[in-house]
Write a new protein. Structure first.
Length: 222
């Protein structure tokens, strides 16, 4: 039996045939109303024992217990799927090796500090697999052109350009409408109509998605 008051559980009583288990909280709550439960039990010759409330332990959800990895069929794989979500093992010039995960049409990197907590088991499982097998190809950074191309609508193309900067690409709608996008440092992007960002007017974005939006607007205004 459980006793409630205004929606709050104040105590419990468990019947075991020969005796009763009663929580101290129930005794204390009844005492507030001048009801001495223990004295009543003694006078009624009822065997009882004061106990602590019983707690039901609910197991924590462990997503990592049911995660399954399918690496690509290469002899030395560099990418694959984890529970149907594509991922790749890559390298960043500033932060070293990292995992890129495509989860529900959104890209996440293992070295980002703002990833949702529920994705951490995915990254942990992949890292564990990499460290345990040691058969993986040396990670390569995905080219900026490939990343930009994944955000472009139909009719637009992205090409890497050969300049003194390895992270620069041309975004083109046609031969007359185009602009250049350059990554600088970790999360800073420049957008300009010229490859010379130091001399030509430019706009700045803090992430690639926003940089592509600015580039498309710049192209369509030409």
């Amino acid at each position: 039996m459980k006793v409630w008051q205004w929606g709050t559980e104040i105590g419990s009583c468990y019947h075991h045939g020969a005796h009763l288990d009663i929580t101290q909280g129930l005794v204390n709550e009844l005492a507030k109303y001048d009801l001495d439960l223990e004295a009543f039990m003694v006078e009624s010759d009822i065997n009882y024992e004061l106990i602590k409330p019983k707690h039901i332990l609910h197991p924590k959800i462990r997503p990592d217990l049911h995660l399954s990895i399918q690496w690509s069929k290469d002899l030395y794989p560099n990418d694959g799927y984890i529970n149907g979500h594509y991922f790749g093992y890559h390298r960043n010039d500033y932060r070293g090796d990292y995992i890129e995960l495509l989860y529900r049409h959104q890209i996440y990197h293992s070295n980002w500090s703002h990833n949702p907590d529920y994705l951490q088991p995915y990254f942990d499982t992949i890292w564990k697999e990499i460290k345990s097998k040691e058969i993986f190809r040396h990670p390569k950074e995905i080219s900026l052109g490939s990343k930009v191309a994944s955000y472009l609508p139909d009719g637009y193309k992205a090409y890497m350009v050969k300049t003194d900067c390895q992270s620069q690409c041309l975004i083109q709608k046609n031969v007359k409408q185009y602009c250049y996008l350059k990554r600088w440092r970790e999360q800073e992007y420049y957008i300009s109509a010229s490859t010379n960002f130091a001399l030509a007017p430019r706009e700045i974005a803090s992430n690639l998605r926003e940089a592509v939006k600015i580039a498309l607007k710049m192209i369509n205004n030409q």
